[in-house]
Design a protein around this ligand. Sequence first.
Ligand code: ADP
Ligand code: MG
Length: 629
Amino acid sequence: MSIEEKGSISIHTENIFPIIKKFLYSDNEIFLRELASNAVDAVQKIKRLAALGQYNGELGNPQVEIALDEEKKTITISDNGLGMTAEEIKKYINQVAFSGASEFVEKFKDAKDANEIIGKFGLGFYSAFMVADLVEIQTLSYQDGAEPARWVCDGSTTYEITAGSRTTRGTDIILHVNEESKEFLSKHKLEEILDKYGKFLPVPIKFGTKTEQLEDGVDEEGKAKFKSVEVDNIINTTNPIWTKAPADLSDQDYLDFYKQLYPFSEDPLFWIHLNVDYPFNLTGVLYFPKLKNDFEMQRNKIKLFSRQVFITDEVKDIVPEFLMLLHGVIDSPDIPLNVSRSFLQADSNVKKINSYITKKVADKLGELFNKDRKSYEEKWSDIGLFVKYGMVSEEKFYDKAKNFALLTNTKNENFTLEEYSEKVKGYQTDKNGQLVYIYTNDPAKQDSFIQSANKKGYDVLLMNSPIDNHFIQSLEQKLEKTALKRVDSSVASKLIEKDESTESVLTEEQSKTIQSVFEKAITKPGMHVEVVGLNPDELPVTVTMDEFMRRMKDMSAMGGGMSFYGSMPDSYKVAINGNHKLISRILKTENEEEQTTLAKQAVDLALLTQGMLTGAELTEFVSRSVELI
Ligand code: ADP
Ligand code: MG
């Protein structure tokens, strides 16, 4: 066989292959994704040509075969696609599309991952050199009278084209795997990579080993004996459900697919089938998982595909932040195979995809709410997190979600925003006409406050999910004349300022006496005593932290807001209920020591209801109580 042509690959830098290998080592498994998808493309092209009547030969069984030969240290990717002529090899393989060698080297320095480089420079095929010292192409074009051609390149910038040996239409890419990449000469390893990238490729992919060591060991020269093995294991599903029409799918199909993607997960709550072809092309199925309030573990579960080739499960820029907790797949040919982060951020399609997904999700939730409110409410503890997250992070989503977002109260009743304002406006409007929603973030700890509020006819909302702090703020911004107050931010009768106020029965003089008795009794710093007139059956003493103060402190604890508040010592209000029997009893008590004991006891009880009584103070309270009994 005579060499027909020797030439040099049109890259104007001495040698890019060592660079590819060196820089891209961590990501080098993508060579198989690139070569398998080229093979798939070739098969789909011949099918299209046949369909268009431009190819009239036998189509055969269109497929791709991937074979590992451990003995020869090769991986061969074969297809019966359209093949290439020698001219086409020169055109498509030799002329690597570079805008310029200097730019290439320049960009290379900062590139973070292989995708970024390979995508930018169209190096799909050349990713083979990440794992191979020598790459060979054997190909026969479908075109009438085409001659088989062979291309071989050893990773320098020179190549050779000679007559090839393929007798049937299609292409073999033969990788002579290098020493550093011998991890890929393992059946198990290749299966793992194919499972990751090729599980849903649209053309059957057969995988197997070409040779296998015989059970009975070695030959006379001590060399291992091998037998050849059929390559007949199809590893992929060529028609995954997202490529089908929703009308052709049953619930079970969706559930089965979910199980296939996430074998150990519980069934999802529901799903959305995405299907759009204008102004961009996108298909997919998004599932709402059961969340159970744990965010973090669930992120990055959406898989991004491009024409059924897996690309990444980092969909940060494509899927709105608040939907990152969803599961499922998105497939868009408008997102190139070699997607890079900088590409995604700049791409206008990506922004459109983002808002399309937001809209679809909002529509689906609205539909579920309208169709079957009861079952929607049952799912609320899971979907509430998405909805609230979406409402705080995206204006557009808020506008849609305000109709199906639910508020849950401590009696486990659910209300839409509108229903709730109707419900509470009678009792919970303050003297300035502002609605006050009362909430608890810890119903167990704040139980005594909740009961006092309920006694006054106030409803208390449950706001104990991780997102609720933010949700409360966005409700206050969006709802007209509405404020939210935590139930323990003041005594029940002061939660909502009204004109009518219960007067204290105490004289000014008596109030002063009580004030000083309590000031003496309290040893904890930051407690400000105030004698007020409350309902006689409210507690004699209540310790509260002002809503504003507490929020500022919460914010600075979370690293936001003004750190000034964070550095301030805790400050509480101690409200003494002048109308309570215990207070009159303290006044009547002649013995000063006894007065202090009673006051201490009352304050400690207040602290106890809030879980604020601990350590030595708790011990003291217990022994004092024992004595009093
Ligand atoms: P891309 O796939 O993005 O075009 P590649 O570097 O992966 O870039 O491939 C370059 C070109 O080489 C392809 O566009 C195709 O024309 C040709 N090619 C690669 N592999 C095959 C194959 N198995 N059969 C036919 N043509 C191929
Ligand atoms: Mg390619």
